[in-house]
Design a binder for this molecule. Structure first.
Ligand SMILES: Cc1ncc(COP(=O)(O)O)c(C=O)c1O
Length: 401
């Protein structure tokens, strides 16, 4: 298990010593080093990047570009394959949009019911517009994506696979490497939603051989409004830009223009500079602790919590075999929002609802769930507080009938 002193690195936890924060799936808390780095940018060299021919602009540009190297190292990519975005949603919409021009009527797109809305809605929209067929991988009785079910869905018509690496409701890890191998056999492009993977498990894009992969800084100790799109160079090079504007062009004439090389042709306009600069501090922190240790820590918390949670009468758990730090559950007969209010009274912050993944809550046959999501700063004491809050909530609703 990781050392409890980790909590001291998170100002929100220091300033709210009684808080039991179990909503890291929505957003993680931020380390002080990230907050300090943003402040440093604004206070010491807070100017625009790439454009200025003066010292401060060089300094801002160097700090900004350093993050690209750190992110590339973190996921085993080349720096030029790292595109800065506003976050996973922006990145997944960007890929869908730039790829859509290569698709035509009758082409098939594979998605799953485990997808977050940002991984499936862009494709629903493009499918309706271009006459594409959206196909869903059957889930197992537990709600998992398997290679076998994927193989039953793929066909020579499959052109794109848009799939989650870790489900934000069930916490399952998708067997991606094998799925990607199958997808490539028919020449399909694979887009990975790694929003819930990058903060918790080792990602190696070369080993996975995925074509695109997206994640958000704010779910992994970094700033909001910033994220990463990894893409294979030969595809990025071939596709058209997503947005057109400043800093992405080379030569602009009256009726045409040429564009900068990847990644800059995909980074139009002034980007979230402070956020980009500060994000490297989050990754360096995760690298120092080691991502495998973080995953082990979460699994240890779940191993302690799960049998105790399952033993509480009146609780329904939807993912008792979760692979990460996410537990989806309900108090039987109680709306998750009502239950979450009771948790809040015990200063236990967790999420209630459909988690922007309505397809899976519908698949589970419920309108929503409670979701406790654990991260590196959570402790056994947090689990105990969570279990006490579950018991208190169950008995409150039993009392009022
Ligand atoms: C699996 C998954 N994909 C995508 C997203 C969207 O991330 P963002 O809101 O940072 O764009 C989330 C956020 O909850 C998520 O959990």
């Amino acid at each position: 298990m990781l050392n409890k002193s980790i909590k001291n690195d998170f100002p929100v936890l220091v300033n709210n010593p009684d808080l039991c924060y179990l909503d890291s799936g929505a957003t993680s808390l931020k380390i002080k080093a990230v907050i300090d780095k943003m402040k440093e940018y604004y206070e010491y060299y807070g100017v625009n990047i790439h454009r200025g021919v003066y010292q401060l602009s060089h300094q801002a540009t160097t700090e900004y570009e350093e993050t690209r190297d750190v992110v590339a190292r973190f996921i085993n990519a080349k720096p030029e394959e790292i595109i800065y975005t506003k976050g996973t949603t922006n990145a997944l919409n960007m890929v869908a949009s730039i790829l859509s021009k290569t698709l035509s009527s009758g082409d098939e797109i594979i998605v799953s019911e485990l997808e977050h809305h940002s991984s499936v809605l862009p494709w629903q929209h493009i499918a309706a517009e271009k006459g594409l067929m959206l196909r869903y991988v059957d889930l197992t009785v537990d709600g998992r994506i398997t290679l076998e079910n994927f193989k039953a869905t793929i066909s020579p018509k499959t052109k794109v696979v848009a799939i989650t690496y870790v489900s934000n409701v069930m916490g399952y890890i998708t067997p991606l490497k094998e799925i990607i191998q199958e997808a490539h056999k028919v020449g399909a492009v694979v887009i990975v939603d790694a929003a819930q993977a990058a903060p918790h498990i080792k990602i190696d894009v070369k080993d996975l051989d995925c074509d695109f992969l997206a994640f958000s800084a704010h779910k992994m100790l970094g700033p909001t409004g910033f994220g990463i799109l990894y893409g294979k160079m030969r595809i990025l090079d071939y596709l058209d830009p997503y947005e057109y504007g400043g800093d992405m062009n080379d030569d602009v004439c009256l009726f045409e223009a040429t564009y900068r090389d990847v990644p800059y042709k995909y980074e139009a306009g002034t980007m979230p500079i402070a956020e980009a600069i500060a994000f490297k501090e989050a990754i360096k922190y995760i690298e120092k602790i080691k991502i495998d240790k973080i995953h082990e820590h979460e699994k240890a918390l779940i191993a302690y919590a799960m049998p105790k949670l399952l033993a509480i009468k009146g609780v329904e758990v939807y993912n008792p075999t979760t692979d990460t730090g996410i537990i989806a559950f309900n108090i039987k007969g109680v709306h998750p929002h009502d239950a979450a209010t009771l948790f809040d009274q015990n200063n236990v912050a967790l999420r209630a609802g459909h988690h922007c993944a309505q397809l899976i809550t519908k698949w589970l046959g419920v309108s929503g769930t409670l979701r406790a999501s654990f991260y590196l700063y959570n402790t056994i004491e947090d689990v105990d507080r969570f279990l006490e809050a579950v018991k208190a909530t169950v008995s409150f609703f039993e009392r009022i009938g």
